[in-house]
Design a protein around this ligand. Structure first.
Ligand code: IPE
Ligand code: IPE
Ligand code: MG
Length: 247
């Protein structure tokens, strides 16, 4: 049972969403898959606005995985065009709403124009603090861990870092989500119960929420349901339920 007070207390600081189901949503309507990706942009707008209104600190959206390059060329092109479109048309609004935008992932694979656009958007919004919006693009959880290990090894080799002093907290500083609150809630739309190489390191103690709702149908009511579900859970972090109740 959750009342308003416990719900407020249990508001997740960091929510991530695997936005899945665009293709099936389009197919159900007799349309081509990319129609679903275009419709999904509206759900992105709504999720961002909802998270900001709720007072969530960080929202991370999985937009394009390192594995998604293997899709048909045309579909990959449309997804990249949509990413460009969003950067061209939504950044001003994000800035106006005091939202800080970050693109997380291996952006080295993007062309120079897109890279410059990302850098401009991040620079413009860097001091905003209403919500941190991370767009995961060409992101993979294994990439994140490997990349962090490489950065760390480089620092160790140059003598700037004593490897003896590296614990989990220090390692975290090298990952794509350094400095952000721990991931509290991971939502996946589209009916599959897997993490598909998303935020593997950060998932350690996240609450997982799977819904059959396809991403273009995921609106603020659906988001609120996920938050209610989160608020109803007892997070034990290895303790007993009794220990948590006392605390
Ligand atoms: C998620 O929807 C969007 C991306 C992966 C970019 P899908 O395109 O995976 O949709 P389904 O899972 O095929 O329905
Ligand atoms: C995960 O969805 C990636 C994104 C939502 C961007 P996929 O549709 O690529 O995942 P799988 O292939 O079903 O595991
Ligand atoms: Mg999918």
């Amino acid at each position: 049972m959750t009342d308003i007070s416990t719900k407020d207390k249990a508001l997740p600081k960091h929510v991530a969403i695997i936005m899945d189901g665009n293709g099936r949503w389009a197919k159900n309507k007799g349309k081509i898959r990319t129609f679903g990706h275009k419709a999904g942009v509206e759900s992105v707008r709504s999720a961002v606005q909802f998270a900001a209104t709720k007072g969530i600190h960080a929202l991370t959206l999985f937009a394009f995985s390192s594995e998604n390059w293997n899709r048909p060329k045309d579909e990959v092109s449309v997804l990249l065009e949509l990413f460009n479109f969003v950067l061209n048309n939504e950044v001003k609004k994000l800035h106006k709403n005091n939202i800080k935008l970050k693109v997380v992932g291996d952006i080295s694979r993007f062309d120079d124009k897109l890279k410059a656009k990302i850098a401009r958007a991040e620079k413009l919004t860097e001091n905003n603090d209403a919500l941190v919006l991370n767009i995961a693009a060409n992101y993979g959880g294994r990439w994140d861990i490997t990349h962090a290990a490489k950065l760390m090894a480089q620092k160790a080799m140059s003598g700037e870092l004593d490897i003896e002093n590296v614990g989990e907290k220090e390692f975290d500083e090298f990952t794509a989500f350094a400095g952000l609150p721990e991931l509290d809630l991971l939502i996946r739309t589209g009916g599959d119960s897997r993490v598909s190489n998303f935020m593997l390191w950060q998932c350690a103690y996240a609450e997982l929420y799977f819904t059959d709702t396809l991403w273009p149908d995921f609106d603020s009511t659906e988001f609120d349901k996920a938050l209610d579900d989160f608020a109803s859970r007892q997070r034990r972090f290895g303790l007993t339920g009794e220990q948590v109740d006392v605390a």
